[in-house]
Design a protein around this ligand. Structure first.
Ligand SMILES: [Zn+2]
Length: 82
């Protein structure tokens, strides 16, 4: 859903607006001004979460790679015991 947060330059009111190609530019619900600042707080939070998930995935991958390396090392040692 393309919901964006805006701050009205006219009265300072902050509001969320659903912006669709068919609805056009949003206007302030208080003073009907279309002079708005688009707030980027929401996408910033979202990218932070995405970054966190990416880090988690990377750590998981490292852990798997690490255990695989350990297993290879163990097999190498087993084959060189005789
Ligand atoms: Zn306003």
């Amino acid at each position: 859903m393309p919901i964006f947060e805006y701050a009205c330059k006219g009265c300072g009111r902050e509001f969320e607006a659903l912006v669709l190609p068919t609805t056009g530019a949003p206007s302030c619900p208080a003073c009907k001004s279309t002079e708005l600042d688009k707030l980027i707080s929401r996408p910033a939070i979202k990218s932070e979460t995405t970054h966190g998930l990416a880090m988690k995935a990377a750590r998981k991958r490292d852990k798997i790679a690490g255990s695989e390396k350990a297993r290879e090392q163990r097999e190498y040692e087993l084959h060189h015991n005789d």
